[in-house]
Design a protein around this ligand. Structure first.
Ligand SMILES: Nc1ncnc2c1ncn2[C@@H]1O[C@H](COP(=O)(O)OP(=O)(O)O)[C@@H](O)[C@H]1O
Ligand SMILES: CC(=O)N[C@@H](CCC(=O)OP(=O)(O)O)C(=O)O
Length: 347
């Protein structure tokens, strides 16, 4: 019995071999979303994954979000906050809170989490050593430019300080705050910041951790909640119950898109809503900027980062450059698409 268990473990390790060989020495930028960091046991698993990558010879870089944490603080202070096209409309007053929460609270928490395992993580704001230079960004709604306050678009990345930390065996943990040439401080969406950094570092992967399985083909809030419910992930009910021909009832939920190419994503982008807009734009920017793969993964799944990098199946949604459509390398994984039924079984 003990020998069988040991053999299972050996098989698991051997399955990781081609991926270990492929990604040894590779830089992997991981966007750790605010929604993915709410539960303590998942936070611990995330830190273990990151430190595992480091010991396995990869170079992880963390860009963290903190949207829900910023919301909580703004609420406490009675400062109203709205989103346009997935971006927080940021008044000067809100900007101070965004900076304080991201740099002073969330960054410290993530650094502390990783450093339980050793002296690896070093926190940085995008302002430090001119890492991110931004200009004021406008959102586009129905074709019209809309002012969204102190929100920035990154126009320059000076990644020297991050490279120096990586060369020293450290794990940089970065807040998505940027400065402009005139010293104004800007709020940058963390997905966007992660993509810009992945391109500047010539990363081998961008991984975006969030609170859904991946990109749903026909997303609606009820449908996503129903998928999670059927999979036993939360207590939310919803979705459309449909009577099948055989008399059983199935929940029609959205399909997770396992894999898509940049050109397909470009076509999909105008139909996407809320938080998925900056996320999928980030994946597109990354692959168009030379990053070979960008992934959106479910941060509520234990060890999702390890499952994606070191198993043959991969999980979530993977975006590939268009060049890959012509020459898909042998090691590219086929993502899973799941149709979840009301009895909870996956097809
Ligand atoms: N097509 C889609 N597929 C999956 N989720 C979507 C889609 N469109 C919008 N969403 C929403 O985007 C959310 C993720 O964005 P966001 O809340 O900003 O996450 P994070 O804090 O991880 O950055 C999901 O929880 C879901 O509500
Ligand atoms: C401009 C903009 O929207 N900035 C984000 C920055 C934090 C972030 O992106 O956090 P998540 O990844 O957890 O969503 C915000 O203010 O919420």
């Amino acid at each position: 019995m003990r020998a069988d268990e040991a053999l299972d473990k050996a098989h698991t390790l051997i399955e990781a071999l081609p991926w270990l060989a492929r990604f040894h020495g590779a830089t992997v930028v991981i966007k750790y979303g605010g929604n993915a960091m709410t539960e303590e046991h998942l936070r611990e698993k995330f830190a273990e994954d990151v430190v595992f990558l480091r010991y396995a010879g990869l170079k992880p870089v963390i860009v963290h979000g903190g949207g829900p944490q910023i919301n909580a603080h703004l609420d406490r202070l009675g400062i109203a906050s709205t989103f346009t096209a997935g971006l927080r409309v940021t008044s000067p007053e809100a900007m101070q809170v965004v900076r304080m929460v991201l740099v002073g609270q969330v960054n410290r928490d993530v650094v502390g989490l990783i450093n339980r395992h050793g002296p690896f993580a070093i926190g940085m704001s995008g302002e430090d050593a001119h890492l991110f230079t931004a200009v004021r960004k406008h959102a586009v709604v129905d074709g019209a430019k809309v002012d969204i306050g102190q929100v920035g678009d990154i126009v320059k990345v000076e990644a020297g300080a991050v490279r120096a930390l990586l060369d020293d065996g450290r794990i940089p943990v970065i807040s998505s705050i940027a400065r402009s040439d005139d010293g104004t401080v800007y709020n940058v969406n963390a997905d966007t910041a992660a993509a810009a950094l992945a391109v500047a570092l010539g990363a081998s992967k961008l991984i975006v951790l969030t609170d859904v399985e991946g990109l749903y083909r026909n997303w609606s809030p009820g449908g996503a909640a129903a998928a999670d419910d059927a999979a036993g992930m939360n207590d939310v009910t919803g979705g459309d119950n449909v009577d099948d021909l055989d008399g059983t009832t199935s929940v029609q939920v959205n399909e997770v898109i396992g894999e898509l190419f940049a050109a397909e994503l470009e076509q999909l982008l105008p139909s996407l809503s809320s938080g998925m807009v900056p996320k999928m734009e980030a994946c597109l920017t990354a692959v168009q900027g030379g990053v070979p793969q960008a992934h959106v993964l479910d941060g509520r799944v234990s060890h999702s980062v390890l499952l994606e990098i070191f198993t043959d199946q991969g999980i979530g949604t993977m975006v590939l450059p268009d060049a890959e459509a012509v020459a898909v390398p042998n090691l590219v994984k086929r993502g899973l698409t799941a149709t979840v039924q009301s009895n909870g079984s996956d097809e």
